[in-house]
Design a protein around this ligand. Structure first.
Ligand code: ADP
Length: 499
């Protein structure tokens, strides 16, 4: 896949995923807001009902009270003004009186007139009763208007009543959440409150004015809070959380896939570069060896001992170079294989390191440097793959030369000690260009190269130390590095001893 295709895919996927995430977050926010306003509406409606019920209670209280008083004071007047004989109760005379001619009218005519009178009387009575009730009610209303606010609020809205009203109203509206409440008077602050009433902020409090007809300065407010409100709101929208988690998961997998795609792409590019380089590098020694062989074959060339020595040195050097290149290719291919590719065996670390140092001595001396070997480990026998162990030491020494400082002679110290009975510690220390702390953390990663200003000309693929770490891991050991810019670096390997 082309790099540009990967980029286009990345951008499109990123836009799609971020859009999805943004939409989910907006939806979640909207749901929470909606739930919040639903909640507030239910609470406010319930509190309004509680306030109305308390007012009804108060009216009933005054009605009962004033009715009793009024009945006493009005009873005389009412009796005088509205006493009557119920015409329905009066016996109807149905006998025929022959002595009085006037009474000779038929009895039913007499009864009709009586009925008419009694109906009118009844009307009068009802009117009287109505006026009486009305005056009583007026009296009660006047008392409520003038005196109700004088009663202490604790009496008008006692805590048990408020709580039971609130609870039943909230439950009726489908809210069974625990609540706390307080009554706050405008003049004196909180009059009473429940034990758990401790709102975090003013926004947490739902307020409803009680007895709104009271004078402004005597008004009281019912304040209600819900300590578990956020949990309640969250529980009603938590069904959306899994979808958010899945989206994040998708985002994570997508980012990982993209990074793997880029890494693979880089790996392929580097492998190609590496192979191109190697083929080129192989050609030179092969042609040198081939020329040397031709010279040896050519009868016209005189084979003096000097000439033979020269040709054999060339063949030897070029073979070493070839072997080194082959090793590098093998090292690269090792990354893709499993631990089965190494064959652990008994090996004398001191002796192995010594022979590598010998190979390097000439090279180091060529740069005016010097290698000091302090191979002091008394028990140097380790369980490693001989060839790979040599490569490890080789890579570290090679790096020390590659990353030397131009202005000072290279000083390389290779030492071994036994820190305890079971381990050997191998240290390769140089006085080279060193590294920054942030680079130090990454140098063991595959393909990581420090872009050290004056040394970027040095050839490399960032695979040497990754290979070293992989091998040391397979040998059951560990490696760490210490470094200081312009002072030098130190690579410390700890390996278990062969038992
Ligand atoms: P390469 O040498 O091919 O770049 P390595 O894995 O061997 O890859 O090293 C990774 C990086 O670590 C190098 O690019 C270099 O910057 C830094 N490095 C390694 N060894 C040394 C050293 N002895 N002194 C300073 N820097 C070093």
């Amino acid at each position: 896949m082309k790099r540009s295709t990967i980029w286009i895919l990345t951008v499109v996927m990123a836009i799609a995923l971020l859009g999805l995430l943004a939409m989910q977050i907006v939806y979640l926010e909207k749901m929470v807001n909606m739930r919040n306003s639903q909640f507030s509406e239910i609470v406010m409606r319930s509190m309004y009902n509680v306030s109305t019920m308390l007012e009804q209670n108060e009216t009933k209280y005054f009605l009962d009270k004033d009715l009793a008083e009024a009945e006493q004071s009005y009873s005389g007047i009412v009796q005088n003004s509205f006493s009557f004989n119920d015409p329905y109760d009066a016996p109807i005379d149905t006998t025929l009186n022959t002595e009085d001619p006037a009474k000779l009218r038929p009895a039913n005519r007499n009864t009709l007139k009586d009925l008419n009178d009694s109906y009118q009387q009844k009307q009068e009575i009802l009117k009287g009763q109505y006026l009486y009730q009305k005056s009583l009610l007026n009296e009660v209303i006047l008392t409520i208007l003038n005196h109700s606010s004088d009663r202490p609020i604790q009496e008008r809205a006692d805590s048990a009543t408020v709580e039971s009203y609130l609870r039943s109203e909230l439950e009726f509206n489908g809210l069974t959440l625990p609540f706390e409440f307080a009554i706050e008077s405008r003049a004196n602050g909180i009059v009473y409150k429940t034990n758990g009433y401790s709102p975090m902020s003013q926004e947490d409090i739902y307020r409803q004015t009680l007895f709104p007809n009271d004078p402004k300065n005597k008004q009281n407010t019912l304040c209600v809070t819900f300590p578990n409100k956020s949990d309640y709101i969250f529980s009603s929208v938590k069904f959306l959380v899994p979808s958010l988690i899945f989206t994040f998961l998708l985002l994570g997998v997508f980012l990982y896939t993209i990074s793997v795609a880029f890494k693979q792409k880089k790996l392929v590019e580097i492998k190609n570069d590496f192979i191109n380089n190697m083929t080129h590098e192989f050609k030179t020694p092969i042609s040198s060896i081939s020329i040397a062989a031709q010279m040896l074959n050519d009868d016209s060339v005189r084979k003096s001992p000097e000439m033979l020595k020269h040709v054999s040195t060339v063949i030897n050097d070029e073979t070493k170079r070839l072997r080194f290149q082959v090793e590098k290719v093998l090292q690269l291919s090792l990354f893709d294989r499993k631990s089965g590719t190494v064959r652990l065996e008994e090996e004398d670390a001191n002796a192995n390191i010594y022979s590598v140092i010998n190979t390097f001595n000439l090279k180091v001396e060529k740069y005016g440097g010097h290698i000091t070997a302090n191979l002091d480990a008394e028990d140097p026998i380790v369980n490693v793959d001989r060839m790979h162990f040599t490569n490890v030491i080789f890579n570290l020494l090679d790096n020390a030369i590659k990353y030397r400082r131009e202005d000072v002679p290279l000083e390389l110290v290779v030492s071994t000690i036994n820190p305890d009975d079971d381990h050997i510690q191998i240290t390769v220390a140089d006085n080279g260009i060193g590294m920054k702390r942030e680079d130090l953390k990454k140098i063991f990663e595959k393909f990581y190269r420090v872009s050290t200003g004056n040394r970027h000309d040095v050839k490399g693929f960032g695979l040497g130390l990754a290979y070293v770490q992989k091998m040391i891991d397979l040998f059951g050991g560990s490696i760490r590095a210490e470094s200081e810019v312009n002072r030098g670096s130190k690579f410390i390997i700890t390996l278990p001893l062969y038992k």
